[in-house]
Ligand binder design. Sequence first.
Ligand code: BJW
Length: 250
Amino acid sequence: MEMPSALIEVVRNARRVVVLTGAGVSAESGIPTFRDAQTGLWARYDPEELASPRAFKRNPKLVWQWYQWRRDLCAGSTPNPGHFALVEMERRIPEFTLVTQNVDGLHALAGSRQLLELHGNIGRYICYDRRHPVTGWEPTDELPPRCPICHSLVRPDVVWFGEQLDAIVINRAAVAAERCDIFFSIGTSSIVYPAALLPQLALEHGAIFVEVNPNPTPLTRFADFVLQAPSGVALPALVQTVWPEVDSGS
Ligand code: BJW
């Protein structure tokens, strides 16, 4: 894949880079994006209608089962070349922060270390009423199970619509966005806030803005560079071009 020479130059010289990823980065690992049409069992449900406290209160069993299905899908998936290319970038850029909206854990599995998970992680559980971390429960036919401490319902440790993001995590991401030389927005539709504010913050502070997405988003027109391709293709190509000594098999 052809890379703009000006982009190669800025990435090679960058000292502070922030990358924001969304569901598109995991698409090539076989995990459907959030706003893809769902298939099979879940085709008739809108994810935006399931990922909310209101949905959980109305029908906790349905929401639990949807997350159980997605959790199994994530557990059976492996990182793709896009995830691994981001690990290579982290190794080569002095200050690198990877901010992800994904809850699938694939960046950590690939080896990314400077990682901020904005929307939580589907592999962890908390209870609904008191947010106690829950690591196990008594065998039961009841779904969802109940918190061993306070007996409220167990839910995934993710951020639903209308819920606050962890203040420390979003603040760290915002500070990194304000300080970076280059901000990459990769595989996200850029419509969910406050994540979608981060590239805007970076732009206001003078960063170069790069978007990697096969489809346009509301932020495409602000991008200095657009790599209109799947991230599993564009990111390894970028890394190979900027640092030709990198082993493409890693
Ligand atoms: C590829 C590809 C390939 C495909 N390679 N790319 C300001 C204005 C308007 C509304 C709000 C606002 N501030 C807050 C709100 C409300 C709300 C919000 O943003 N609503 C919008 C929908 C309008 N935000 C919130 O409620 C947030 N909380 C909050 O602000 O708290 C303060 C507050 C509280 C109360 C009242 C008011 C304020 C919380 C947001 C939490 C989002 N949670 C979810 C679910 C997480 C758990 C789970 O996974 O189940 O996070 S929703 C869902 O969207 C999920 C995702 O992380 C997130 C973003 O989606 P993403 O990753 O962009 O995926 P897609 O599917 O949309 O896009 C995929 C992209 O990939 C596409 O562009 C493809 O083209 C591309 N692609 N293949 C590269 N191979």
